[in-house]
Design a protein around this ligand. Structure first.
Ligand SMILES: Nc1nc2c(ncn2[C@@H]2O[C@H](COP(=O)(O)OP(=O)(O)OP(=O)(O)O)[C@@H](O)[C@H]2O)c(=O)[nH]1
Ligand SMILES: [Mg+2]
Length: 243
């Protein structure tokens, strides 16, 4: 009940700041928003059931603009795609730059252009998955639109969510975005090759992630040098002999 009240007052503030809710339509707007989130969760569960039924392992990668999501997926795909087929779904506002960077032998990449939407949702993923021969893939990755706020509430039906931040975003980036870290299984702190030069406090980032979500696994990486990629594979619970 209290949780519902908190939800409503934060939604009212958000919607009023965007001039979407007024006295007379407030209840309707909030009810609709709740229904959208509930339907999204329902679809996400359906997607996960389908992937599990084909024994497909799946991961969604979220993080700020430029944190290194694509570069990390490229590095992981180099490990995954030796003997296995990988599908990568990339969300981007307008271009297919990331999909082209990822595509390769045994790696199919599909681009979703979200236009004005700042995150992917389960509806986008459901539409793709039902129109391809998903059973031919061993692994599915999703790269969300670069954003640390909008993706939080929209789960996409993958087994694990990986949230990527980088040393260039400052040491408060995790503390400032608690919801996303609550909703994630793995936090990646990327660009550790630059940490010393930027004097980024890696310990603070690590401690903040654990404080927000004691169950989260934290991995330090450099997608540039390849440092930490093996540790990330361990966090994804992928054993090399499975590949
Ligand atoms: N030094 C360094 N550069 C990196 C690292 N990871 C990524 N980069 C660089 O950072 C830039 C952004 O990397 P991307 O992988 O495109 O980042 P992204 O999170 O996919 O960005 P968007 O999709 O635009 O949100 C590129 O120039 C990468 O080469 C890293 O670990 N160290
Ligand atoms: Mg990218």
């Amino acid at each position: 009940m209290d949780k519902d009240k908190d939800y409503e007052s934060s939604r009212i503030m958000e919607l009023e700041s965007r001039k979407l809710a007024t006295e007379d339509n407030r209840e309707f707007v909030i009810k609709t928003q709740k229904e959208v989130e509930r339907d999204n969760d329902f679809l996400a569960t359906k997607i996960n059931d389908k992937l599990q039924s084909f024994n497909i392992k799946s991961f969604d990668v979220v993080g700020a603009i430029g944190a290194g999501k694509t570069e990390l997926i490229v590095k992981l795909c180099q490990e995954f795609s030796k003997n296995k087929k990988v599908l990568v779904i990339c969300g981007d506002i307008t271009t297919r730059i990331d999909a082209d960077r990822i595509e390769g032998p045994n790696i199919k990449s599909i681009q979703i252009n979200t236009g004005r939407e700042c995150a992917l949702n389960a509806y986008h993923i459901e539409r793709i998955i039902k129109n391809i021969e998903i059973q031919t893939y061993d692994y599915v990755f999703i790269e969300n639109v670069g954003n640390l706020i909008c993706p939080s509430e929209f789960m996409l039906g993958m087994d694990k969510r990986i949230t990527v931040v980088s040393t260039t975003e400052g040491e408060w980036v995790i503390e400032k975005h608690p919801l996303l870290f609550k909703m994630s299984h793995i936090a990646v702190i990327n660009k550790i090759d630059l940490a010393e030069r930027l004097e980024t406090d890696l310990d603070k980032l690590l401690t903040d992630a654990k404080k927000i979500n004691p169950n989260i696994k934290v991995v330090l990486t450099s997608a540039k040098t390849g440092d930490g990629i093996k540790e990330l594979m361990n966090a994804l619970e992928i054993k090399t002999e499975e590949l």
